[in-house]
Design a protein around this ligand. Structure first.
Ligand SMILES: [Zn+2]
Length: 300
């Protein structure tokens, strides 16, 4: 009993520390974007050179250590000892990250790896050495890559089914060159029922596009749990956690919408806690594939 209380106490302290550590890492991310000098845990300051990169690699290494420590502490708090009870029969969570790759991709990968969780990245076109490298890292870590269109430009892609498929094929081509395969899973920018497509393509455009997507052998996925991380430029971390927790209640299969975007720093902060809470609610995690559970706002 005494040991139990002490262990719980340690976990609580761990969580408080980890919250601070995550906050600190994020502070550094914000600071880097704003080209300000980040405040370090040690009280020292790191300088930023004119390119915006920290001049000290040891400082960067320290920040990485902080994130890893935060992940470990959060994981222990929510999942308990290594041989905790197995996931509840049949409850499955598909975490999805849209719009990457970005400056946050590697950090998201690190969190997922630390929890042993596989997810799905609905990526857009990023034909640079860094973009190509990130596609490869996502695939090499065992996650699924899905097509989210090359340009993500509503006025271009939703003009017609032909315009949409041209854009999708352009990304397929890039992914085939980099990771060696063309994804057969897809997410529409804005979701299958978005109204922003009406201006370029008319009111019935999404049905027509969805029909062609299916005819060409793709499966498309909307979501039944939104993290709400797109509801504000930088959504409050606790709003993200609460949104996922409450929307997943009572559901057996969930597809969780999140974003892999440089400015979505709170999604990254929320991620270890979101995973921990879903695990505690009995969910196991998997990546999407063509025959997975799907959730579609609109069926063609
Ligand atoms: Zn998107």
């Amino acid at each position: 009993m005494g040991v139990q209380i002490r262990r719980t106490g340690i976990y609580v302290i761990g969580l408080i520390i980890s919250a601070n550590l995550i906050g600190c890492s994020t502070e550094q991310i914000h600071a880097k974007q704003a080209k300000q000098v980040p405040k370090q845990l040690s009280g020292e300051t790191a300088s930023i050179d004119s390119s915006g990169s920290p001049t000290s690699t040891s400082k960067e290494a320290a920040a990485v250590d902080d994130l890893d420590k935060a992940i470990v502490e959060t994981r222990h708090f929510y999942t308990g000892p290594p041989h905790a009870s197995p996931p509840t029969e049949g409850k499955i969570a598909y975490l999805t990250f849209d719009d990457g790759p970005s400056e946050n991709t590697r950090k998201i990968l690190r969190v997922l790896k630390s929890f042993g969780v596989h997810a799905t990245f609905f990526v857009v076109g990023s034909d640079t050495a860094e973009g190509r490298s990130l596609y490869k890292e996502i695939a090499a870590a065992g996650h699924a890559l899905g097509n989210h269109s090359y340009s993500h430009d509503y006025n271009r892609i939703y003009k017609s089914p032909e315009a949409f498929m041209k854009d999708v094929h352009k990304l397929d081509q890039l992914l085939e060159e980099t990771v060696g395969y063309r994804p057969d899973i897809l997410r529409f920018p804005g979701g299958s029922n978005n109204h922003l497509s009406w201006k370029p393509g008319g009111k019935g455009i999404m049905s027509k596009v969805a029909r062609v997507v299916k005819d060409e052998g793709y499966q498309y996925f909307d979501w039944n749990v939104s993290s709400t991380d797109a509801a504000a430029p930088v959504q409050d971390r606790d709003m993200i956690i609460d949104a996922v927790t409450s929307a997943s209640r009572g559901k057996k299969s969930i597809i969780v919408l999140m974003h892999d975007s440089t400015y979505k720093t709170t999604t990254l902060e929320a991620l270890p806690i979101v995973i921990g809470k879903l695990q505690a609610a009995g969910f196991r995690f998997d990546k999407l594939n063509k025959s997975s559970f799907t959730f579609q706002f609109l069926t063609p």
